[in-house]
Design a protein around this ligand. Structure first.
Ligand SMILES: [Zn+2]
Length: 300
């Protein structure tokens, strides 16, 4: 990303086209996309976690739980009085933060998510998200950075591939899409023609090298999502910006395939920076995203 600061790109262009909603929780920037759909953005923190509140006739679903720095439960209660299911796309630290304040939690059932729920994440792993210049907005009242952690949480619905989450008049189809992590899912709303992509696609630094990642699986998942393009118009990613044109999914597939086949020679190489996780990583830059993979992908 060159020199400059990570926040120099803020506010991202797409938000000027959306209706901003003022709430009692200024840690989050909230935008109304429809009367039943809100985008909730943590643009005061480096990861720019982006969540979606989807309101059905019977209940609501919040896709992803963000960093956990703010009180998502209280924010959601301002936007809907329906009971809300927290639906995780996967269990990395910038997605599970909100688990401690929700009673109903759904996540894909595999060893990685079972471990996340049973053990939570400690201060060191969660604290990664507070380091250096990662936070540029004042912490919300009551937040204690010294004691920041994700306690174990109870999953009330273990998801499988092909499951449908029915909110009443609004259906979300669960697509197991490993590659960024083994427990990763995308959610497809065929009626509204939205694909909630989690971390398989966003306009930023996408990875297949993190714990639970697998580049071959990443390619396979992209292929499956490209095959489904006739059923959605917009990508709704878990970071940075919503409402990305569906054709970008084909761009991600091409990028992942070209990297996997060793066809691309321009990249930067560095050690990954994450607690207890140190691997050599190659980062490939494309027009609207980068894709970083383990360097040992190319060693055999
Ligand atoms: Zn992730």
């Amino acid at each position: 990303m060159g020199g400059g600061n990570w926040w120099d790109v803020l506010p991202r262009e797409v938000y000027s086209t959306l209706e901003r909603v003022e709430t009692g929780h200024p840690w989050y920037s909230v935008y109304r996309i429809h009367d039943w759909l809100y985008a909730i953005l943590e643009d005061g923190q480096y990861d720019e976690a982006l969540m979606y509140l989807i309101i059905g006739e019977d209940r609501a679903a919040l896709i992803d739980g963000g960093t956990g720095i703010g009180r998502l439960d209280l924010l959601v209660a301002e936007l809907t009085d329906k009971p809300c299911l927290l639906l995780l796309t996967h269990t990395h630290n910038d997605h599970v933060g909100g688990c401690r304040v929700f009673d109903e939690i759904a996540v894909f059932d595999d060893a990685m998510s079972r471990e996340s729920a049973a053990e939570g994440l400690g201060r060191e792993k969660m604290g990664e998200m507070l380091e250096g210049d990662a936070v540029i907005r004042e912490y919300p009242p009551g937040f204690d950075p010294e004691n920041f952690h994700a306690p174990p949480y109870e999953v009330t619905r273990w998801l499988g591939d092909g499951d449908v989450v029915d909110l009443g008049g609004r259906m979300l189809e669960v697509l197991h899409t490993p590659g960024h992590s083994s427990d990763h899912v995308c959610l497809l709303d065929r009626d509204a023609r939205y694909l909630y992509t989690g971390d398989i696609y966003y306009t930023g630094a996408v990875t297949s090298y993190l714990p639970g990642g697998d580049h071959e699986a990443f390619i396979e998942s992209c292929r499956r999502l490209v095959d489904l393009i006739p059923h959605y118009d917009w990508l709704m990613p878990a970071h940075n910006e919503p409402l990305v044109e569906e054709g970008q999914m084909a761009e991600m597939l091409r990028a992942a395939e070209d990297i996997g086949a060793g066809r691309l020679t321009e990249y930067t190489e560095r050690r990954s920076v994450a607690v207890n996780y140190d691997v050599l990583v190659r980062r490939f830059q494309f027009s609207r995203f980068s894709l970083s993979v383990r360097a040992d992908l190319f060693s055999e």
